[in-house]
Design a protein around this ligand. Sequence first.
Ligand code: NDP
Length: 292
Amino acid sequence: MANPSRGPIAISGQVGITGVFGDPVKHSMSPAMHNAAYAALGMDRVYLAFHVTPQHLPAALRSIPALGILGVNLTVPHKEAAARMLKHLSAEAKLLRAVNCIINDRGRMRGDNTDARGLERDLRALGVDLKSQLVIVVGAGGAAAAAILACTRTGAMRIAIANRTHTRAVNLARRFSSLRVHLDARGLDLLTDSAILSDAALVLNATSMGLTTGTFAPLDYAATSSKCFFYDAIYRAEPTPFLREAIALGRATADGAGMLINQGELAFELFNHVAPPDGVMGRALLARLGRA
Ligand code: NDP
């Protein structure tokens, strides 16, 4: 609903447009983050949320060069489909078989993926030391693929993938068999295997458990070492179901707000050829989450 107290929005005739395609998209935090950076930089640009259904994705992609849109992010459920539709993909998007941003490079659409780089930057900022360590990644979808790449780059020696559908975990481990990391594929039973849990330096939730469901799978938190870090790709105002018990046990934890901020900052730079001012996108997200 319109908010009359906000007054007129100043948009010039030559405003540069960026945005996000998703279905659903109205709850996306990206417009708040990107528009805060435009305001801080005084740029004549705007970032909009476009509700694009899977059926309309091909037409929406064609509209990017047609309308001179500078770049778009892609969110659920378009990341994999867009990777199949675009001719030009970065090496990272090819590896992840998913695109989370498209850059309009003078009419040429280039698909990239900043999710793994975003998570890697967040893990480093949090001081999570994975050198020669064991990581447990829960999930086998797009976020899990990004997590495997990020953890490998931060030095993990072994990654155990735990997923509800075991065959998806096996397929993901096969896809990344060329990486310099040892990959095991298991079912969710791994989360009660105290021998593995006690060795883990990081347990990372890359499923939607806790978002779509009110609870997380059974996990033997007490079997983990006191130095084990718990990271949830999901972000929200309060601690997620996955993190609650880890927090109660005094383990170090973080949710996916940092990953979202970092992937957004990287995409901003790709779209606008200028880095966002330090902290602006993060503060905008935390304010939207009610955590500022
Ligand atoms: P996908 O749809 O690609 O994968 C979903 C994963 O969740 C699968 O491993 C699936 O298991 C598992 N899953 C779903 N429901 C259940 C359940 N009830 N019980 C057990 N496992 C379940 O999603 P993504 O990988 O794209 O996203 C996963 C999560 O990561 C989302 O919650 C998303 O919000 C978050 N995310 C956060 C980002 C950030 O920037 N912070 C970026 C990207 C994602 P199965 O294979 O058995 O179906």
